[in-house]
Structure formats: C-alpha cells, structure tokens
Ligand binder design. Structure first.
Ligand code: CMP
Length: 138
C-alpha cells in the first residue's frame, strides 16, 4: 500500500476548469492511475470523509465546500506515493506552497485548495477504500 495514495480534485478546481491539467500533471510526474471516478459527495459523506477534523473550527465550512459540486476521486501509484504526491501538491495553504506545485498553480485559498492528498499510508488505505471497491481498481 505504500505505493498507493488517494486524491480528490476538489470542487473549486473542477469549477475553474483545471481538472484536465491536474490529471495530466499526475501522469507527467509518473503516477499511474489505478482508479478514477467523477462523483458528488453528499454533506453526510463529506462529513464522514473528513471526520478526523470534526473538532476544528473550519469543519462546517469544509463539509459545505466539499459537497458543493462534483469532484474527481482517484487512486494513484508510484514509489513512496504518499510523500511523493504531497510534494507534488504543495502545502495546504497555497500561499505557502512551493513554486510549481499544484496548489500554488491552481488553489485559491487554504479552504479551497484544489486537491486533497492522503497524509499517511494508513489514511491512504482508509480513503481508497472509502471510494473504490476492488472491481474499480486496475
Ligand atoms: P485537505 O488536504 O483536503 O485536508 C483537510 C482540509 O481542510 C484541507 O485540505 C483544507 O481544504 C481544509 N482546511 C485546512 N485548514 C483550513 C483552514 N484553516 N480553514 C479552512 N479550511 C481548512
């Protein structure tokens, strides 16, 4: 599982027309697409996915935003996928993200930050299983 991570292209990047460029970047950086789907989270499902942040002040805002429009969910594969992907997307806050990172290029704020990436191998497994059955993985 350390070769796989989970990502979502968030509603802001979808609405702003960046999904194609972002997926192309995943491929250019050597990630293999194991699974991918476009879907829309209900508020309940978004709340469940981000339950770890329930006590944080931004939780309500996060759930509302993540259920505001379609997203693209994917499982990506590469050596050391979790850390390699976090390097590619950059810091949570785009103002602190490295030049050329996906969030630097496409995120608008710390809340509407274009993409999600798993923060550990353990969470990557939980998040991949949240969205994809074994029949949807290639
Ligand atoms: P993500 O990597 O998906 O994981 C948790 C999300 O919470 C994060 O990206 C941001 O979208 C959101 N988030 C983190 N910190 C804040 C904040 N200070 N204000 C609003 N949203 C935040």
């Amino acid at each position: 599982m350390s070769r796989q991570t989970f990502t979502m292209i968030k509603p802001d990047a979808m609405k702003n027309g960046h999904a194609g460029a972002i997926i192309d970047r995943f491929i250019q950086e050597g990630f293999r697409i194991v699974a991918m789907k476009m879907t829309k989270l209900s508020a309940d499902k978004a709340g469940e996915f981000y339950a770890i942040h329930k006590e944080r002040g931004f939780y309500g805002e996060l759930v509302e935003f993540m259920s505001s429009g379609p997203i693209i969910a994917a499982i990506l594969e590469k050596e050391n996928a979790v850390s390699a992907f976090r390097d590619l997307i950059g810091a949570t806050n785009p103002a602190q993200a490295a030049e050329g990172s996906i969030r630097k290029l496409y995120a608008t704020s710390v809340g509407e930050n274009a993409v999600h990436g798993s923060d550990s191998n353990e969470n990557a497994k939980i998040e991949c299983d949240f969205f994809f059955s074994s029949l949807e993985r290639f």
